[in-house]
Design a protein around this ligand. Structure first.
Ligand code: ADP
Ligand code: DP6
Ligand code: CO
Length: 351
């Protein structure tokens, strides 16, 4: 029997202006536009292989070595869209094998903690959709494919691009204009680096999908955020990236992380993604910036306790000296830190 296969890797992207809230749950349409930085291909990434054959009996996904259900509505939605595009291609080229009718076997592996607030759903669904579109030899552009990845997990649409990426929320009811676009390529600001501080690799209690639904339904602050805060910040952050203004980029990033977590706290009952160690990292970053009397580092936290720090290459020693001192040697000026606070301490950099 013939088995057709294709593989891909997709990198993690970490939002600097957070997506949190859906206006349409099925199509995964957001309540606000967002911006992210995509990490280097070889750092935090998903590796996914897709196979299809006339002989396969059912769609199957092995995630990190374990058989997982492919039944979820969001995954089925992605598979259906990809099969529809393939069917269109087959109708135009009758000599192509009828893959659109066959079942798929997917094998996927994340080289970083899954469901711990390090954007596994972003890299995971981007890799799933790209692997299958390669298998199907689809001619669609990255922005078009990003709309399919979006239906799997909103943040996944941004992992279709490297560098600085915006997810434009769009206005169309069918989601046809809710897609990822490049703000600037990675080499526009190659000095930018990211370090990931893994506070806990454990699976979070509240998945992003249900967490944001809960916030939309119960937080008063949320309306203020999407109406009066994010639209202005979206424009300001793009400007900061275009003009390579680190101080501005950093302040907007830190403020947005705080604003997003404030809406989680304002949900009822509240959701806590950050823990004591996360808050110590926030404090430390502000102390580092105050010490140098210059904004040299920015923190951001997704839906989990783990920190992502952004800084410029030239300031790496300044930033990392403090971080290592405080966390690795437990001899910093804040004795509340200990090595155990960071279960794993790793640094992953954008290239
Ligand atoms: P995270 O903060 O890691 O993005 P989410 O709660 O948003 O956490 O999503 C985690 C879910 O994403 C996992 O439980 C799984 O269903 C899905 N996921 C993660 N990695 C992959 C992958 N490589 N392939 C397919 N789905 C994945
Ligand atoms: C805090 O994209 O994981 O990381 O669309 O329901 O899968 P679903 O949610 P997801 O949410 C990401 C939330 C965030 C912010 C962001 O990445 O923009
Ligand atoms: Co996610």
């Amino acid at each position: 029997m013939t088995i057709f296969t294709a593989s891909t890797t997709a990198p993690v992207n970490i939002a600097t202006l957070k997506y949190w809230g859906k206006r349409d749950k099925t199509l995964n349409l957001p309540t606000n536009s967002s911006i992210s930085v995509t990490l280097a291909q070889n750092d935090l990434r998903t590796l996914t292989s897709a196979a299809t054959s006339e002989r396969f009996d059912e769609d199957q996904l092995w995630l990190n070595g374990k058989l997982e259900s492919l039944e979820s509505e969001r995954t089925q939605h992605c598979l259906q869209d990809l099969r529809d595009l393939r069917a269109k291609l087959e109708a135009q080229n009758p000599s192509l094998p009828s893959m659109s009718k066959w079942k798929l076997h997917i094998v996927s592996e994340n080289n970083f903690p899954t469901a711990a607030g390090l954007a596994s759903s972003a890299a995971g669904f981007a890799a799933l959709v790209v692997a299958i579109s390669k298998l199907y030899q689809l001619p669609e552009s990255a922005s078009e494919i990003s709309k399919i990845a979006r239906k799997g997990s909103g943040s996944a649409c941004r992992s279709l691009f490297g560098g600085y990426v915006a997810w434009e929320m769009g206005t169309a009811a069918d989601g046809s204009d809710s897609k990822a676009v490049e703000v600037a390529p990675q080499d526009h600001w190659p000095e930018m680096k990211a370090a990931i501080l893994v506070v806990s690799a454990a699976k979070k209690d509240t998945p992003s999908t249900s967490g944001m639904q809960h916030t939309v339904g119960t937080s008063d602050l949320f309306q203020e955020r999407i109406t009066n805060v994010v639209p202005k910040r979206f424009e300001e952050m793009k400007q900061a990236i275009w003009s390579r203004d680190f101080a501005q980029f950093a302040e907007l990033t830190m403020r947005d992380s705080n604003s997003f977590h404030a809406t989680c706290l304002d949900s009822y009952p509240p959701i806590f993604y950050m823990n004591d160690t996360s808050r110590q990292i926030v404090k430390l970053c502000h102390q580092i910036n105050a010490f140098f009397d210059e904004v040299v580092v920015a923190y951001t936290f997704d839906a989990g306790p783990n920190a992502v720090l952004y800084y410029l290459q030239e300031n790496e020693t300044k930033v990392m000296a403090f971080i290592h001192q405080v966390f690795q040697q437990n001899s910093g000026w804040d004795s509340k830190f200990s090595k155990q606070d960071l279960e794993v301490f790793s640094e992953y950099f954008t290239t």
